[in-house]
Design a binder for this molecule. Structure first.
Ligand code: AGP
Length: 599
């Protein structure tokens, strides 16, 4: 995914920009570029591929004294990864870098073209710089011109713009795509789309709110609609990387809003789902899907099995990779083999993928780490774009896996015409609400914190749910046991009476996922059965349930997937708060590794 950096100061500017971009490399990119402004002149360099190519191109170039620079790593969404499409994009006298997507760029482009503007790239970003220059023709105050530009953009953006008309100035704006401004005692100013490039450079940082627009010079900082709120940035890399959170897991739970927007960018359009990685013929000859993964990724696979069958009308089966490997599986070449892995290095999943490839199956990886072994081996990959995940207990990786799989089920539905267009559009309409559902909910967090003290003992937890809430129950139980070391199981709510209910008593805690949009009454009866056996019930639902001992109220939604994502956050926070109270190391739980590269 794209990355942005910016710098104002007296140190050598090119190195500052390239070093900053290197810190963002983990996000994946296919081209990079910088623009440096000094003494009213702008020099710009771009290169396709790795940052080393950009370094090679700029090896003779360096700066001395005060100057301004912006830089970008691009992950192609509109247009191929070419030099022309790489950022910064230029107008007559200005340059821009942008993360996100400008949804109405076609209209803006057509209008500007009719006024005689020539475009060099296929990107949506280029409209910003030309629009700015058109506004600057009408308005002398360049901040007003920049603001007028931003007001015309629909979509998501983090933007930095420099112009020869305002030397020493960087104009910036943020909506739906993260942007951080940092500064230090030496008077240097930094921008970055995530905090990694700022660590060790900035003393304090401001995480911009959506809707922020402003400009900064070495002597002044102006923002609308409110001033930026600066907080200290710890000097030590580890503390700083946690961005004020107690654990990486907590930070990653809170990051889900931003990373989900990244996952969707360029893929979830107004009325359509678009995967440039998959061509129209991808499903030719495919009549079934086999999904294979481990742990949390297996839960994402299981969730999607409901979606693929319901939405894309393709028969699906899901396998735990370590089981699949030794069962002498019957593989037929009409099967699309999908592996899911956060790390892309999980030994069992990798081996399963090799078996599928050897059997001549079409393979697709859903993965968070570009260039990982699984990505390199699969025929096609959809990256989940969750950013680096450090907590051993997977959170944002799971959220983005499920999202990509939901998107894929709709993409296939369209190709197979298994759902009519209006129903697909309706699903997409709900999909757009997901990042909002994931936005931090301090009240829910507080509630989880308070409730956690009641759940530190007992002889076990049952997480129960139906349909897609069954894999979510499995995931809730896995999260809890990984970091609290308490015994927890996930069950389909309807299965309890086939055995597990024998364990029910007051010391057995049932975490009941009770969405209103899917099988509420059925789940309710199952919970009633447990309550009748005196099990202690914590219900997670938008409705109060009078037989529950405790409850966490979620928001009412009109789509099961929205309820799914909100309940997922509740499970993550609850597990984390219980583990914290028990004094455990949440990020590095005992006996576990982030990447399981042995079988
Ligand atoms: C999740 O919280 C786990 N730590 C673990 O189950 C993990 O999902 C599993 O090991 C698979 O890893 P992968 O997604 O990197 O393949």
């Amino acid at each position: 995914m794209c990355g942005i950096v910016g710098y104002i100061g007296e140190r050598e500017i090119k190195n500052r920009l390239v070093d900053g971009l290197r810190e963002l490399e983990y996000r994946g990119y296919d081209s990079a570029g910088i623009a440096v402004m000094q003494n009213g002149r702008i020099d710009s360099f771009k290169a396709v591929g790795k940052l080393s190519n950009l370094e090679e191109k700029t090896k003779e170039y360096s700066t001395e004294g005060l100057g301004v620079g912006i830089g970008h790593t691009r992950w192609a969404t509109h247009g191929k990864p070419t030099e022309l499409n790489a950022h910064p994009h230029m107008g007559e006298y200005s340059y821009v870098v942008h993360n996100g997507i400008i949804e109405n760029y076609r209209e803006i482009k057509e209008k500007l073209e009719s006024e005689g503007v020539t475009f060099l790239s296929q990107t949506d970003t280029e409209v910003i710089v030309h629009l700015f220059e058109a506004e600057a023709e009408k308005e002398e105050d360049l901040f007003k011109a920049f603001k007028a530009t931003i007001e015309q953009l629909d979509g998501a953006y983090a933007v930095l713009l420099v112009t020869q008309k305002a030397p020493d100035t960087i104009f910036f704006a943020r909506k739906g795509s993260p942007m951080i401004l940092g500064r230090n005692r030496k008077g240097e100013i930094f921008f970055a789309s995530s905090d990694a490039p700022l660590i060790g450079e900035a003393d304090e940082v401001a995480y911009m709110e959506d809707g922020t627009v402003g400009y900064v010079t070495p002597k002044s900082l102006y923002t609308e609609p409110q001033e930026l709120l600066f907080v200290p940035l710890a000097g030590d890399k580890m503390t700083a990387q946690k961005g004020g959170y107690r654990f990486f897991m907590e930070k990653e739970i809170y990051e889900q809003y931003d990373v989900m927007s990244d996952t969707m960018i360029g893929r979830v359009l107004d009325n359509d789902i678009y995967f440039e990685e998959i061509d129209e013929k991808f499903l030719e000859g495919v009549s079934r899907i086999k999904l294979c993964a481990c742990g949390t990724s297996y839960h994402a696979a299981l969730t999607s099995s409901y979606l693929f069958e319901r939405i894309s009308k393709i028969p699906v089966n899901v396998e735990i990779a370590s089981e699949f490997r030794y069962k002498d599986p019957l593989l037929t070449d009409d099967t699309l083999f999908i592996v899911i892995s956060q790390s892309g290095e999980t030994a069992d999943t990798l081996e399963a993928l090799k078996m599928a490839k050897d059997a001549g199956l079409k393979t697709l990886a859903i993965c968070n780490v570009d260039n990982s072994s699984i990505v390199r081996l699969a025929d096609t990959t959809l990256l989940t774009r969750a950013g680096i995940e450090k907590g051993v207990a997977s959170t944002k990786a799971f959220a983005t896996q499920v999202m990509v799989l939901w998107m894929l089920s709709l993409f296939f539905a369209k190709q197979r015409k298994s759902m009519d267009e209006s129903a697909i559009k309706e699903e997409i309409r709900f999909m757009h609400y997901v990042p909002k559902v994931l936005q931090k909910s301090l009240e829910v967090h507080e509630k989880c914190k308070r409730l956690s003290k009641r759940y530190l003992h007992g002889h076990g937890f049952f997480f129960i749910g139906r349909d897609i809430f069954f894999p979510l129950a499995l995931e809730g139980a896995l999260k809890l046991k990984e970091i609290s070391y308490l015994h927890a199981e996930g069950y389909p709510a309807g299965e309890m009476k086939h055995g597990p209910i024998a364990l029910a008593d007051a010391e057995l805690f049932t975490i009941a996922l009770m969405p209103k949009t899917l099988l509420y009454d059925k789940t309710k009866s199952n919970v009633e059965e447990l309550s009748a056996r005196d099990s202690t019930i914590l219900s997670i639902s938008p409705d109060l349930f009078d037989l529950a001992d405790d409850f966490i109220l979620t928001h009412p939604h009109n789509h099961p997937m929205l309820e799914f994502f909100e309940m997922m956050v509740v499970e993550q926070l609850l597990a984390m708060e219980i583990a914290i109270r028990l004094g455990n190391d949440v990020d590095m739980p005992r006996n576990l590794a982030k990447s399981v590269t042995v079988e």
